[in-house]
Structures are given as structure tokens and as C-alpha cells.
Design a protein around this ligand. Structure first.
Ligand code: PLP
Length: 440
């Protein structure tokens, strides 16, 4: 067993001053609470000196891996200059221009600092533009932690309601209870239910918001024509379509998921990979909608919006990812797809029922007998015990994963890293298979 004495001591100490012991409550659910002291490329090191192949990547943003040389150089240069003017500077429009060049829906860009804020702004713009209040969101999708968005993210079975009339479920104690009145919730990938809702309430709906790939509930892919169907129906009813690309953006492709699926939303939100780990997010979209900012009366703010360090990082991130037509990101996605196939084959060879879903740079391992996973409800029967075994044994093998079985890859992950990972997963699956036989 890997020794993690210092991690344990640090955690004990942290709990005496830091609320909950961690800076984001989601981080508490890892198989162990780790403290890190260094990272390089695809490898991260804890305070006990253990090295892990990092597939958590700070929950997604580290698309360039740790300490990418171009990023380190740009940040060194940036800290020699004032790091925040709270006013205008050249990098703002340079990065905005790049986003407009890369992302199909982007005619204008507004910078915020976190994904939650970007979503808040996108929803406000949609409501201002349409003069309507209701937003359609889908079960299992995460759009940030604020009152207006944390609805039906991961509701329990006993509160979720029937599939043909799901309840809008609040995600936190202390959240204002009428937050859910401004949203209507449906299961994802169900075009018929969307059509029925629009037939009765289309005139009230300001926007549909969706993750184009359901990364926050096991990296589920959209059914064929589902996103295009959302595009059609929203246009027919004068509603807007918002893609929350906080995860897919600059990870699935340099043009985001919208460029892969060929569906252009009215607005899209970005975060995480846009600045490779520095705090930056953005709303990109139609000029007539984003032009409501300032002159059209839509207000938003942010002391740290457009700060020089984050934008310097974004410039490097977008430059690295888009070089040679995005060749490096394409290669990384292919490498990840190969790993997805290997995991499926290795698990099935051991009689472990598994579905590996998603795309090469963001995928999830589901231990399930189901052969089709379409929405959040389908994932509720995943074998959680087997997932825990998988996470725990992966950590013991030096593979650092997210607690829901999600795997992120970066352009720093080489084919040698991936080969090594597959070999380690082979041993992890051997142990899971033994445990499973003993339980069955
Ligand atoms: C799809 C999506 N939207 C929004 C957010 C919120 O972003 P942030 O954590 O930067 O506020 C997240 C965070 O994981 C996300 O995955």
C-alpha cells in the first residue's frame, strides 16, 4: 500500500482552519484527500513523494499538462508586468479575436473568471434578449454552483420524479427555494419530451442550456440529431440555444463541441481549458446578443475579469492548441480514444461489464450491465462498489482519477504514458475482477 502519512497529517491540520478541509467540496469525495507539491507534464507528485499519472488535471483545465514550457515562459514574462490593471489592455482583444477565429458561434466575447459566472451571464443575456424567464436545462448537467443554475445536477432517485415529468431539484441547502421556478428540467437526449414542452410552453422559454457532451454525468454523447433538434426547435420558438462548453471547449476540438457536431448555438460558455489552468472563462456568441452588454442594459462585472495573467495563459493555450490546424489536440484525442478501447477490451476480457463513454480527452468508465447510456438516470444503476475499487486500486497503481471515474487527458500525455497507463489499468482490473468474483 502506498504510504501517504504527510497527506493525512496535512488534511487533519487543514480541517482546523479551512471550512470542510478543502477549497471546493467536490474534492472531498476522492478515494483519498491528497496534497500535492509538484507536477510535470502528465505527472503529479504528492507531499509524500508519490508520483501519479495525472488524469484529473485539476478537474479539466490543464489541457497543456503541468508546467508546459511555453506557458511557464509566458507567465514569467507576465509577472514582470502589472498583473491586473482593472482596465483595458491589448491582450483582451487579442484573445477575443482568437476565440472568434476558432469558435463557430463567436462573433463577440465577454470575459469572466469562472465557469459559473459565464453561465450566469449567458442566462442573463438570453433572458434580456428574449424578454422571457424560463430556461430549459437537463438532468445531470452541471452549470455551476450558483442558486440559479444548481438545479437537478445529481438529484437522488427518491426526489427526481417520474421520467415524463421530472422535478426541478435544488442542489444545496441554503439555496433560495424559488430558484427552481425559473428553470424547467427534462431528461437529456429525449427529443420527444423537448418537443412536447415547447408545444405547450415554447413562448415562455428564453433558452435551452446543455452541455453538448454530458461530461458531468459520465461523459455521455448526444444522440444523433439531438443537438440539431434543439437548434431547430429553439429557432422555431424564438428561444436561444446555449452550449455550456466549459469542459468540451478547447478540449474536444479547438472549435469546441459545436464544431465537431456541426451545430452552432447562439451563445456558448467556456472556462477550464481556455487558460490552461488560470482563472478565466468566457461567453461567446452572436453579436446582436452580446451587444446588449453595456449599451443594451445588461450588467455584469468582475474585478478580476480580463486580468493580464489569465489572458497571457489563454493566449498560449489557444496558440498551442490551434497550431497546425489543431494537430496536437487531434492526436491527443486519438490517443485517448485508443485508451478508451483498451480499457473496454481489458475489462470485458475479465468478465467485468463496462461502458467507456465520451471522447478522447474526456471520458468516463461506467461499471454497468446497460449497453446504452443516454442520460443521467441511466447512470444511476452503475456499480458504485466496483467504481470505488477501480478508483482506489488506480490510485495505488499511481493513476490519479476524478471521483466519478472521469478521465481527462492533455497534450502532455505521450503514447508512452498511455501505454504505461494501460499496463497499470490491467493490474487494477485484475484486482477488481477478483473482488467481484468474491462478492458474486
Ligand atoms: C459544464 C460546466 N459548466 C460550468 C461549470 C462551472 O465552472 P467553475 O467551476 O469554473 O465555476 C463547470 C465546472 O465544472 C462545468 O463542468
Amino acid at each position: 500500500m502506498i504510504e501517504r502519512k504527510c497527506c493525512g497529517e496535512y488534511y487533519e491540520r487543514a480541517q482546523k482552519s479551512l471550512a470542510g478541509g478543502v477549497s471546493s467540496p467536490f474534492r472531498r469525495s476522492l478515494p483519498a484527500v491528497l496534497y500535492f507539491q509538484d507536477g510535470n507534464g502528465a505527472v503529479v507528485e504528492d507531499v509524500d513523494g508519490n508520483s501519479y499519472l495525472d488524469y484529473a488535471l485539476a478537474w479539466g483545465p490543464l489541457i497543456l499538462g503541468h508546467k508546459h514550457p511555453a506557458l511557464v515562459k509566458a507567465l514569467h514574462k507576465a509577472v514582470e508586468c502589472p498583473h491586473n490593471y482593472g482596465a483595458q489592455h491589448e491582450l483582451e482583444f487579442l484573445v477575443a479575436e482568437t476565440v472568434c477565429d476558432l469558435v463557430p458561434c463567436a462573433e463577440r466575447v465577454a470575459f469572466t473568471s469562472s465557469g459559473s459566472e459565464a453561465v450566469e451571464l449567458a442566462m442573463r443575456l438570453a433572458r434580456a434578449f428574449t424578454g422571457r424567464t424560463l430556461i430549459l436545462k437537463f438532468e445531470g448537467h452541471y452549470h455551476g454552483w450558483v442558486d440559479s443554475a444548481l438545479i437537478s445536477y445529481h438529484p437522488n432517485l427518491d426526489e427526481i420524479g417520474p421520467v415524463n415529468s421530472p422535478k426541478a431539484v435544488l442542489g444545496s441547502r441554503g439555496q433560495v427555494s424559488n430558484a427552481s421556478e425559473n428553470l424547467v428540467v427534462l431528461p437529456w437526449n429525449d427529443a420527444e419530451q423537448v418537443a412536447a414542452l415547447f408545444a405547450s410552453r415554447g413562448h415562455e422559454i428564453a433558452a435551452i442550456i446543455t452541455e453538448p457532451v454530458l461530461c458531468n454525468s459520465g461523459c455521455l454523447m448526444p444522440a444523433s440529431d439531438f443537438l440539431a433538434g434543439l437548434r431547430r426547435i429553439s429557432q422555431e420558438h424564438g428561444s436561444l440555444l446555449i452550449f455550456d462548453e466549459v469542459i468540451t471547449g478547447f478540449r474536444m476540438a479547438t472549435g469546441g463541441a459545436q464544431s465537431v457536431f456541426g451545430v452552432t448555438p447562439d451563445l456558448a460558455t467556456f472556462g477550464k481549458a481556455i487558460a490552461a489552468g488560470l482563472p478565466l472563462s468566457a461567453v461567446a456568441g452572436r453579436r446582436d446578443i452580446l451587444d446588449l452588454i453595456v449599451d443594451g442594459g445588461v450588467v455584469f462585472g468582475g474585478t478580476f475579469n480580463g486580468n493580464c495573467l489569465s489572458l497571457a495563459a489563454a493566449r498560449v493555450s489557444l496558440e498551442e492548441l490551434s497550431r497546425d490546424g489543431g494537430a496536437q489536440l487531434k492526436k491527443t484525442n486519438q490517443l485517448g480514444e485508443a485508451l478508451m478501447r483498451r480499457i473496454s477490451e481489458m475489462a470485458r476480457a475479465r468478465g467485468i461489464p463496462v461502458q467507456v463513454t465520451g471522447f478522447g480527452t474526456a471520458f468516463s468508465v461506467h461499471f454497468t450491465d446497460r449497453t446504452v447510456l443516454r442520460d443521467y438516470r441511466d447512470t444511476l444503476v452503475d456499480d458504485r462498489n466496483l467504481l470505488r475499487q477501480w478508483l482506489y486500486n488506480s490510485l495505488e497503481e499511481g493513476i490519479y482519477l476524478l471521483p466519478d471515474g472521469r478521465v481527462y487527458t492533455s497534450i502532455a500525455h505521450t503514447s508512452a504514458n498511455v501505454e504505461e497507463t494501460a499496463e497499470r489499468f490491467e493490474r487494477v482490473l485484475d484486482r477488481c475482477a477478483v473482488k467481484r468474483r468474491n462478492v458474486v
